[in-house]
Design a protein around this ligand. Sequence first.
Ligand code: PMT
Length: 427
Amino acid sequence: MSDARDTATVGLSGRRLVLGVAGGIAAYKAAELCRLFVKAGASVRVVMTAAAARFIGPLTLQALSGHPVSQDLFDPGTEAEIGHVRLADEAELIVIAPATADCIARLAAGLADDLLAAVVLAGRGPVLLAPAMNVNMWENPLTQANLARLLGPAGGGRFSTVGPDRGELACGWIGAGRLIEPAEIAAAAARLLAPGDLSGRRVVVSAGPTREPIDDVRFIGNRSSGKMGAALAASAAARGAEVTFLAGPGTPAVAAGPGRVTRVPFETAADLERALADAADGADAVVMAAAVADFRPRARAAGKLSRRAAGAPTLELVEVPDLLAGLGGRRRQSGKPGPFLVGFAAEVAGGSAMDERAGAKLREKGCDAVVANDVGAPGIGFDAADNAVTVLFADGARADIPRASKRAVADRLWDLFAPRLAELARG
Ligand code: PMT
């Protein structure tokens, strides 16, 4: 057990961290996180909010970090040398655990009236948020909007999250909102500081639905929100990849970086096919998270079909070419080993039925891996914040990723794919 954890945090050795602690019941777990950081060889400066100090004594964190704990924006001792700017400048990574709803809201608003918010605002480096709060506060659209603001372009590509976990909460409710285990937070921090394992790789990620026009105002679409693909694109960029992000209608924005993200919008499967033809050439990996139509109306009617003019129309559908299978076929013909091709399989069954159908897609489409998700299960799949997937590889390997946020699932997927991309690049 400890071996795996030590390996996960090995990249923290010698790194300078600020550990921000906001005021929630999970603040006591900051002590264990601080201990893990120090054990991994990181230098840790703890910044606590006034509310956090009501949940855990600063002396505990001072003893564990080996440094005085900073609490006050107006501390005459440290602010004589503009302490908040110094803390921000020196930190290679700011980790906020727990990040409460209030803390997230304050950061999203760009406030700087307490030391922790001021340090974040004054910094330029990455910030890892480990949210923890009551499930209703977590699911409140205001909290989600605040988080989306930080994770989107307004956050400047600096913010990422780890957790929260689901389970029994201190308030007695059961659901999402529990602080993820400190070892997971430490591993995520190490990943963020890792010398991007996708640095120098060109990856293509497709996301979101296609819309196949019936007439000029109506279309056949599907329930894909683009969140899964956006999480994959953001995760790849965070690890240094140059990402071509093929984004269907409604797909969220993805902040760059350190890797670059080029967003190419598409509407129909034909648009996506053209975009793929451009982007896949020379790419190291193509990940098809988009929900692409299998059928489309044979013809697009001009204007708006009118029931008064012609009654209910009969739609004739024709098959849409399988784009992923097309990529697999072209790669086979070219005799080249790349790009590494990843399909998603949206199945309405779990267990062995899902494995079987996803395995058939893996073979038929000629890809290297298929990520199967049970889109019939509640709370995951289409338009959900979370996902749970099984990855089947063409070489017979397999991995189960249990239910987690789509970003956490995306991070795990790249953990699995990155070494295979490196192998492919070595030839
Ligand atoms: O977007 P979200 O709301 O976050 O939801 C995520 C998701 C459920 C859409 C995603 O996780 C997912 O499963 N995406 C694949 C959806 C899908 O089209 O599955 P499929 O089993 O029908 O297709 C298998 C693979 O073939 C997919 O990689 C698909 O992109 C590809 N395909 C399908 C049809 C087609 N004409 N061309 C294709 O390339």
